[in-house]
Design a protein around this ligand. Structure first.
Ligand SMILES: [Ca+2]
Ligand SMILES: [Ca+2]
Length: 185
């Protein structure tokens, strides 16, 4: 009996909420606009190309390497975006959020542009603080071996203090490949 009351109670609450949204017009006002061009992040993902009769099939797999990961790598309170590329020698992109609806690609400066070498193909990425030092580190998954980048320094903004344990404080927001973890996928 109690479960039945709970079930119908939830149905009534849900119906009331949907009715309110329809009546208020809130649901109809939700819209998205494509601002990737003006934000500076409109770059096409490229797949790895292979010669031979099975080249197209192999290329299809690397098409699945188009990925993006959001995280505040420089600790300024603004979410930044890491975007993968999968073609041989092509750089990944680390878009630093400028806070004014634009982004700047700082992948080379931060040391995370690489990874698409002859034996490995960048496929995905994840921000997380693996060593609990308060800085977001970056795991780049590849067809091949993954790369774990340790975040070496905080943001270059005046409001961010250098990390006490940093060995690379002269290069703000640099991420270095960790030597503690590399295991095959
Ligand atoms: Ca940020
Ligand atoms: Ca960390």
């Amino acid at each position: 009996m109690g479960n039945a009351v709970t079930f119908w109670g939830k149905r009534i609450v849900l119906a009331t909420a949907c009715g309110w949204l329809a009546w208020s017009g809130v649901a109809g006002k939700i819209r998205f606009a494509d601002v990737s061009q003006s934000a500076g992040i409109a770059r096409a993902h490229r797949t790895r190309r292979y010669p031979g009769p099975n080249g197209d099939v192999l290329r299809m797999f690397t098409s699945g390497g188009a990925a993006a990961a959001a995280g505040d790598f420089n600790g300024d309170g603004l979410e930044d975006i890491f975007v993968t590329d999968s073609d041989a020698g092509r750089p990944n992109h680390l878009y630093r959020n400028n806070g004014n609806f634009t982004f700047t690609d700082v992948a080379e400066e931060a040391g995370v542009a690489g990874g698409n070498d002859p034996l490995s193909i960048v496929a995905d990425a994840l921000w997380f603080d693996y060593d609990n030092d308060g800085r977001q580190d970056l795991l780049v998954a590849r067809f091949g071996t993954p790369i774990l980048y340790h975040n070496e320094a905080m943001a270059s903004s005046a409001t961010s203090a250098p990390h006490p344990g940093s060995t690379n404080s002269a290069t703000p927001s640099r991420l270095s490949p960790s030597t503690t973890t590399t295991t095959a996928c």
